[in-house]
Design a protein around this ligand. Structure first.
Ligand SMILES: [Zn+2]
Length: 269
């Protein structure tokens, strides 16, 4: 099945001294899942694990080809398009996540897997990997690179881990930002917008999203405007169909329209 799949996009997005940051973006048909590698002098640090099995395995091959051991895998949040691939391709690694994310996967991971396997079949991982290590907000230095872990509550998901790399002018924001794509909407839009505004106004200039290509501040602003527009429709009592139609009409250039079918039933439940 792998031969018929469109290719992922891989690139080095930042290079400074001994450190390189790589990104791996799945094609649009697989909601442009973006996962990243911080390559330090002696090791690789992986952020998220892709969604479907073929791209998880390709991502693992990509990381292995760098030729340095994977010291840890950070999982940003408990959505299957980020943790399924860790089960498929990174289960042998030390996996780190927020306590809330670990608890959620312990309780719900297997039933989400069962449910999605009905639709996606072999694309869905056969096993779930529960992260063994808890990460808390704060700073740490790994192989000479400073990482600052930030917990954001109630945005695209209830508990979300973002990672700042101040020495590299890079902020790994995962699903706080959908780059060039329609956004997975939740009930927490106003709070989410406040967080995006503070990130937009921060000292960073490169933002690595969980979906789509690396982003700049202009893209953050576009996300803020998209969220505000969607929120105004929701406040006015829009239906699911009308919301989808309005967003498709206003943002015809955005990719990932498949996301509507994923979040609308939940948002309007
Ligand atoms: Zn996602």
């Amino acid at each position: 099945m792998e031969n018929q799949l469109p290719p992922a996009v891989t690139k080095i997005v930042k290079e400074s001294g001994d450190v390189k940051i790589h990104t791996f973006v799945a094609p649009e048909s697989f909601i442009s899942n973006a996962t990243h590698v911080i390559e330090t002098k002696n090791q690789c640090i992986v952020i998220d694990g892709q969604f479907v099995v073929p791209y998880a395995l390709q991502f693992r091959e990509y990381v292995d080809a760098i030729g340095k051991p994977i010291s840890r895998v950070y999982l940003s949040h408990g959505h299957p398009d980020h943790f399924f691939g860790i089960g498929a391709a990174f289960a042998d690694c030390e996996i780190y996540a927020l306590q809330e994310t670990i608890d959620f996967i312990k309780v719900a991971g297997e039933s989400i897997r069962d449910e999605l396997a009905k639709g996606y079949g072999d694309f869905v991982t056969k096993t779930i990997a529960v992260p063994q290590n808890v990460i808390t907000a704060g700073e740490e230095t790994i192989d000479g690179v400073k990482l600052e872990h930030v917990l954001h509550k109630d945005t695209e998901t209830e508990f979300h881990l973002s990672i700042k790399l101040p020495e590299l002018d890079t902020y790994i924001v995962q699903d706080l930002v959908y780059s060039g794509a329609h956004i997975y909407l939740t009930k927490d839009i106003p709070h989410w917008v406040e967080i995006l505004e503070s990130i937009r106004d921060s000292e960073f200039s490169l933002f690595l999203p969980g979906h789509g290509e690396p982003a700049d501040k202009k893209e953050l602003q576009s996300n803020i405007e998209y969220l505000n527009f969607a929120n105004s429709l929701l406040n006015a009592g829009t239906t699911a169909e009308a919301l989808k139609a309005a967003l498709l009409e206003k943002y015809p250039h955005l990719t990932g329209a498949g996301i509507f079918d994923i979040y609308l039933p939940r948002l309007f439940a």
